[in-house]
Design a protein around this ligand. Structure first.
Ligand code: PMP
Length: 368
């Protein structure tokens, strides 16, 4: 038999990441509320920077020095402790790769971001899921799941896909219960949807400890998902480890410039946060009103709501019904959430249309 390259068994075990789609099963283009993007787009200042053009023949600044300086200034951080990535996704993978390997365990709560098991397996480590507490992270369950082999703990806070949130005192309790040789990654892709003081807590914890890495992104509230810009903050040895293995030119020149403009446009961030909070409350109330049909919105601190369908109307049927009406939302059966739909907060019109459609579909079934 002819010899062929043999995939490593731990890579063969990976289920590839399933991205949120913008088309129905028939290929029809839909309004995309399946990837937690900002329905208001991005800052006009960032758009102007992108439109102004750049020098594609030149490599970008490998150290993203200007972007790190601006982030340091805005958040009161030492730029030397910041590392930028091709989205925060790259940084999550690098964190696992730098601190875990074959025989080690990477721990995270059940129903958390689907990149964590991929990041663990990519470096040959074993992904371990701790039990949830009504779809949220459970600190006691996480601490009980720690073993001698645990090297990295991932917490998305706020969490995707549930929207759940652990307040600072719970994060402190988790950190206090972990051995010093375990890296705690606080994935804050949705931090900007929190109150400023809550969002700042993770950065402050990373500032005063040796084993906490915070990751943030320009993909969500900043509306720059297509530019692929993330950043991490932690103690110098952590940042040094990530710098050794990241792509040398991992953030494009246009991405670095757009991120600087977006970071400075606090007006756009405030408007986006306010829009999200208003529409999320309105939508969640309308879903909660369908409780007698077994429909339950989980409390969310992010820019989406996970709606559970535990009555006659199934999540799968609701998914199809929404697609027929022009909307793509996220069904996650592969994450044990076949009974839920994760719906990104869109415009007021989108949310009205989706809430009305779900109410209409539920109304066709007798209430329980
Ligand atoms: N963390 C969480 C919790 C997310 O939901 C996402 C995006 N889906 C990311 C990280 C990665 O985002 P990006 O790579 O675009 O920064």
């Amino acid at each position: 038999m002819e010899k062929t390259p043999q995939i490593k068994p731990w890579i063969a075990d990976i289920h590839a990441y399933v991205p949120g789609r913008a088309t129905g099963s028939d290929g029809k283009v839909l309004t995309k509320l399946s990837a937690n993007e900002n329905p208001l787009g991005c800052s006009e200042d960032a758009l102007a920077v992108l439109a102004a053009g750049h020098e594609p023949a030149r490599y970008p600044d490998p150290d993203a020095a200007n972007l790190r300086a601006v982030l340091g200034e805005l958040h009161g951080l030492d730029p030397a402790r910041i590392v930028c990535g091709t989205g925060s996704d790259e940084l999550l993978n690098l964190a696992a790769q730098a601190f875990a390997g074959p025989g080690d365990e990477v721990l995270f709560p059940r129903y958390s971001f689907s990149v964590y098991p991929i990041a663990a397996r990519r470096c040959g480590a074993d992904p371990v899921e701790a039990e949830d507490a009504d779809y949220g992270a459970d600190v006691d369950a996480l601490l009980a799941a720690v073993t001698d082999r645990t090297r990295v703990v991932f917490i998305a806070n706020p969490n995707n896909p549930t929207g759940s949130y652990l307040p600072p005192r719970e994060i402190e309790r988790l950190h206090a219960g972990l051995r010093g040789d375990i890296l705690l990654v606080l994935d804050q892709a949705y931090a900007e949807y929190l109150e400023d003081a809550e969002a700042a807590h993770a950065l402050a914890l990373a500032e005063r400890t040796q084993n906490v890495l915070v990751t943030r992104t320009f993909s969500k509230i900043y509306g720059l998902a297509g530019e692929r810009i993330g950043w991490g903050y932690g103690a110098p040895p952590l940042v040094d480890a990530l710098n050794r293995i990241r792509g040398p030119f991992n953030v494009t020149q246009s991405g670095q410039r757009a991120a600087i403009a977006a970071a400075r446009d606090t007006g756009f961030i405030d408007r986006s946060r306010e829009h999200n909070a208003n529409e999320r409350t309105r939508f969640a109330q309308r879903m909660a009103a369908l409780g007698n049909h077994g429909i339950r919105p989980l409390p969310s601190e992010a820019n989406f709501v996970l709606v559970l369908f535990e009555g006659e109307l199934s999540a799968g049927d609701a998914l199809h019904g929404l697609a027929e009406r022009g909307y793509a939302v996220r069904h996650l059966p592969s994450q044990g959430l076949g009974h839920g739909l994760r719906i990104t907060i869109g415009t007021a019109e989108d949310m009205d249309a989706i809430a009305a459609a779900i109410a209409e579909m539920a109304g066709r079934h007798p209430a329980g």
